[in-house]
Design a protein around this ligand. Structure first.
Ligand code: WTA
Length: 664
């Protein structure tokens, strides 16, 4: 270890609290602590402050309608359009400023800048094209696209005409696409021919076409963006009903589409996320509350200002990209960066090169990336001037203090506050984190709930736990960015998020408590440390994956009798997928079987869900009632002392499995 790192580690290791840098505080969007008190006193009217960041076509009458919990409504009576809020209203003052700075993965790529004017034009043209193809208000348009600028264009074009979008992560499989299109009854798809990964052109359209083959209803139209450069394309011919994006936009050149006034409570988009059953949940977000929430948190937490060049390295296929690459930053009229590729191509300094070249002012990324940067070493950030950075952020999983301190020192030069932001697909935006110009930072702890957010740590009865004790995170008051329901499934919405801690017979808001299914603890100052999921959901590299989804993919492989999936801890990805598999009679527990299992997971979900370890076992540890004891399997995966095995029907199996894992 080089000397300065050793010294630094020694110095920083001691320190468990950090004050926001003075230079930051002086210019912060929020720098007065009184906001906490003020929001508490003035709840829910405090959220007018968020709504005021938007332009409304019709003013709302009521901030919160809580007459029918948990089906809350925010800014009722208000009307607005999300695309007009992200584009049109910035044209006068910021028309020539960059809205999106896009960096392609190939280093010899012609990167693209979209000014607000240009983005507005293309969104209008594509909106006109979508309308022409028959997309009407409230028709769900699915997007299966990587990090190319046409993705935000398509999202905003849909928003313009009041058609909700449902973006499916490009790394998901064909099956995953079909499942999501079927669930949303979506009749339109926007996709692309391919994209670049670590220097190679990847074929995407074959996967999209295969997915379309699994859609159970008629698909009216598919739009294909031609992303691949000449020579790299895979020679696809577009089928009937498939349109080239460039032709559509050219056919509608210069056309303008009047933004549709949407009710504040009208759906802006759907986002499918993993839950405890094999079936993904369609999280429904609305136009007014969601946009107000993402704009307000972008301003208060990410400290976004119009002149910034703000860089979030997430993928728009996940909620972080929706809220904090597209809607929040563009609503505030800033410049949002988009990078197509991976941080290690062509070398491990790619992100730092981008920060340097574009003078990025904020960087918002995931702990898994930070742990990888740490492993690669300081030589990569040291190659570049990162002094343009003013604030750093993390999201998606807990960050360990060591990684936090590394980020603070080697990326932020001890000059940038770090916001460790806890939130979920369902919350729409940030919920628990420090206000960077106000609060002391404590590495490893996300921080207090944001002003106006009532998050608590409770025991199984719902009573608040003592400082230092572990419990469950709950949110005891509604907030504007919250999901409104699970698409066409109000019952599951209540079961999954409310039933645990609410009196579901009551129509009093105070009897309703939102349960995010995370474990947490809280300290004397009200700082919350999120410990991780308490349901059967894994967090691999900040991506949510249901163990049931992976298990059903594995059981679908020929020769597999039974499977149990748990998370084992992993140095870089946080958690890794461990699959315990029982084969059917007559099938060998060999490399070929292992490969088929991995392929099965790839094709049912996608490479992100691939098992790190496949452990063959003749039996799974089960209780007398036949329930798989996952906790024991987790202990084995993590090489930890085993919990209680006395309730097992088959206690011997545990030591057999243990031997197999350690022998691997
Ligand atoms: C986890 C991503 C600890 C948590 C925005 C949550 C975190 C799940 C943090 C949501 C954090 C997110 N500290 N854990 N700062 N942020 N999580 O829906 O378990 O993909 O429930 O949303 O990620 O994942 P999702």
């Amino acid at each position: 270890m080089p000397e300065d790192t050793a010294e630094l580690e020694a110095r920083l290791e001691e320190q468990d609290a950090f004050e926001p840098p003075e230079s930051f505080v002086e210019q912060a969007n929020v720098s007065d602590e009184s906001i906490y008190e003020e929001f508490e006193q003035n709840w829910p009217q405090c959220w007018e402050q968020a709504a005021d960041l938007l332009d409304w076509d019709a003013e709302y009458d009521t901030v919160l309608d809580d007459s029918n919990p948990p089906f809350y409504e925010w800014f009722t009576g208000g009307e607005l359009n999300a695309s007009a809020n992200c584009l049109d209203r910035h044209l006068d003052e910021r028309g020539d400023e960059a809205a999106i700075e896009w960096v392609g993965e190939p280093v010899d790529e012609e990167n693209r800048t979209y000014t607000y004017e240009e983005l507005h034009r293309e969104v209008n043209e594509f909106a006109a094209a979508l309308r022409d193809m028959g997309v009407g208000e409230d028709d769900v348009v699915t997007m299966y696209m990587p990090m190319i600028p046409e993705l935000p264009v398509a999202m905003l074009a849909c928003a313009r005409i009041g058609a909700p979008h449902s973006v499916v992560f490009a790394g998901f499989s064909a099956d995953a696409l079909a499942t999501r299109m079927n669930a949303a009854d979506s009749q339109f798809l926007v996709t692309c021919d391919g994209y670049y990964r670590r220097g190679d052109p990847l074929d995407h359209l074959s996967k999209a076409n295969e997915g379309l083959g699994g859609v159970e209803h008629d698909v009216e139209a598919t739009v294909v963006v031609e992303r691949l450069r000449e020579g790299d394309d895979h020679g696809h011919d577009l089928a009937d009903g498939q349109h080239a994006y460039a032709d559509l936009v050219a056919d509608h050149e210069g056309e303008e589409v009047e933004p549709v006034s949407r009710d504040a409570e009208d759906m802006l988009f759907l986002m499918y996320t993993s839950g405890t059953t094999g079936k993904p949940k369609g999280v429904k977000h609305t136009t007014g509350g969601y946009l107000a929430w993402t704009a307000w948190t972008s301003q208060a937490v990410l400290d976004v200002k119009p002149d910034d060049t703000y860089f979030c390295s997430a993928d728009i296929g996940w909620i972080t990209g929706h809220s904090y690459i597209v809607y929040g930053p563009l609503a505030l009229g800033t410049t949002s960066m988009m990078y197509e590729g991976t941080p290690d191509h062509p070398d491990r300094d790619r992100l730092w090169e981008i920060v340097d070249e574009y003078d990025a002012t904020q960087l918002y990324t995931a702990p898994t990336a930070i742990r990888a940067f740490m492993k690669w070493g300081t030589e990569y950030p040291e190659r570049h001037d990162l002094s343009s950075l003013r604030l750093l952020g993390t999201v998606g999983e807990p960050i360990n203090p060591r990684a936090w301190k590394w980020y603070y020192k080697h990326i932020g030069n001890e000059d940038c506050p770090i916001v460790d932001t806890w939130w979920q697909t369902e919350t729409g935006g940030m919920m628990v984190t420090t206000l960077p110009g106000v609060k002391t930072m404590k590495p490893g702890s996300a921080g207090p709930p944001l002003p106006g957010v009532d998050a608590r740590v409770v025991d199984t009865e719902g009573n608040e736990v003592a400082a230092g004790d572990a419990g469950y995170l709950t949110v005891n008051k509604p907030w504007p960015g919250m999901l409104r329901t699970l698409y066409k499934n109000d019952e599951r919405f209540i079961d999954e998020y409310w039933a645990e801690y609410s009196d579901t017979e009551s129509d009093d808001m105070d009897d309703w408590v939102y349960f995010p299914e995370d474990g947490a603890k809280i300290d004397d100052n009200g700082y919350i440390t999120v410990l991780g999921r308490v349901d059967d959901v894994l967090n691999v590299s900040g991506h949510r994956l249901g163990t049931m989804e992976i298990e059903s993919a594995i059981v679908g492989v020929e020769g597999v009798a039974e499977a149990a999936v748990v998370g084992g801890s992993h140095e870089v990805t946080g958690e890794a997928v461990y699959a315990y598999v029982i084969t059917e009679e007559g099938y060998d527990e060999d490399e070929e079987m292992r490969e088929r299992i991995v392929e099965g997971v790839d094709s049912a979900i996608g490479p992100i869900a691939r098992p790190e370890e496949v452990i063959f076992t003749p039996e799974l540890p089960k209780t007398r009632s036949g329930k798989i004891m996952r906790r024991l399997l987790e202990d084995i995966a993590n090489d930890e002392e085993l919990g209680d095995t006395s309730t097992l029907r088959n206690p011997d199996v545990v030591s057999d499995i243990q031997q197999k894992v350690s022998g691997d």
